[in-house]
Design a binder for this molecule. Sequence first.
Ligand SMILES: Nc1ncnc2c1ncn2[C@@H]1O[C@H](COP(=O)(O)OP(=O)(O)OP(=O)(O)O)[C@@H](O)[C@H]1O
Ligand SMILES: [Mg+2]
Length: 387
Amino acid sequence: MTNNTENKTISVEELSEMIDAMMGVDGTVSDAEATYKERLMAAFEGDEQISHAEVISVLTTLSAADGEKSPEESQLIQQLMTQIKGGDGDVPQDVNDEANEADGEEMPQPSPSDAEEAAPSTDETIPESTRQLEIDGDAHMWIRDLNLHYGSAQAIYNVSIPFKRNSVTALIGPSGCGKSTLLRCLNRMNDLIPICKVDGSIELDGEEIMGRAADLVTIRRRVGMVFQKPNPFPKSIYDNVAYGVRLHYTPSRRELDRIVEESLKRAAIWEEVNDRLHELGTSLSGGQQQRLCIARTIAVEPEVILMDEPCSALDPIATAKIEELILELKKHFTVVIVTHSMSQAQRVSDYTGFMYLGRLVEFDKTSTIFGNPKEELTARYVSGRFG
Ligand SMILES: Nc1ncnc2c1ncn2[C@@H]1O[C@H](COP(=O)(O)OP(=O)(O)OP(=O)(O)O)[C@@H](O)[C@H]1O
Ligand SMILES: [Mg+2]
């Protein structure tokens, strides 16, 4: 297998070889894997080169297609990543990681020295996580008693939190407190990190999604994700939106046209792109790219949309458009958003969970968290006194 690290693409044949290796690694090729490959190769028909982001996405989804990822699959992914990246072979957390690496971003840690006021540092000052967990309405998802370790380091401590249907829930807290980690649990993206061990319960519409039997491909369709940095594929605007749909089933051209148009409309970008659907998605502005990625997420009809700092790479005007869109999206979807912006959390969310050092310190209506929090720690954080 040859590399083309300079252009960060591989050929369809190379991808096909990788898929075959992945499917065979645990000794059997399941029906789910075979069907996935068939749809995948159909989706890539006509493409000569496939970007690394797509390869990573494909391999990680495939490894999860038949349930839990086996140790052999983890090891093989690691090897394949080393081959395509020609580098250190780190297993990426998600398809966005290459972009993050390019930015030289590192996982920040809570840093009391930077804080205006020293942040509390001992466990005793952090209240029990599951204190106020009432919502007025129906929970679309429920996390219960979740503990998560990266290797021997615990990152989430006994967190429980409900996510109200057709509402926006914001997760806030200082860098490194576990917001992204918790968000990734909601569609089991953390399964892609080999050293990550999770226990506890997560229900999606009353159905447990943590067990070995859970179908990860379906979970990730039902619980879509939008990342911090817009990550359109190097394909046309049309194909970006059609991509996920083609992976899940084979719609007629007419049906696909309808889904693409509808998704772009719902993501409030149709007016800007309807006469250039065959131009590259990557040719759009940052804010447009992020709305395109939202359209791509919506196209597979998820129920829940996870957003990890979706505006942090955008200017204020593009941010305002995404915020407006989030308020529109909650009419159809349940939204969970991680944000560092206190004002954004107040503008878009109905409920807010404040996390600190892997614990959920307080959860309540957003107006209460910002106006009249019960915990001193929350009051100090939302008023900008640390973090
Ligand atoms: N893939 C990983 N491997 C090992 N440790 C990790 C990994 N991802 C996160 N961590 C650790 O887990 C903890 C929580 O990280 P996480 O990224 O969830 O925080 P965060 O609240 O999203 O931070 P930020 O606001 O900076 O994005 C940190 O100590 C981090 O170093
Ligand atoms: Mg984060």
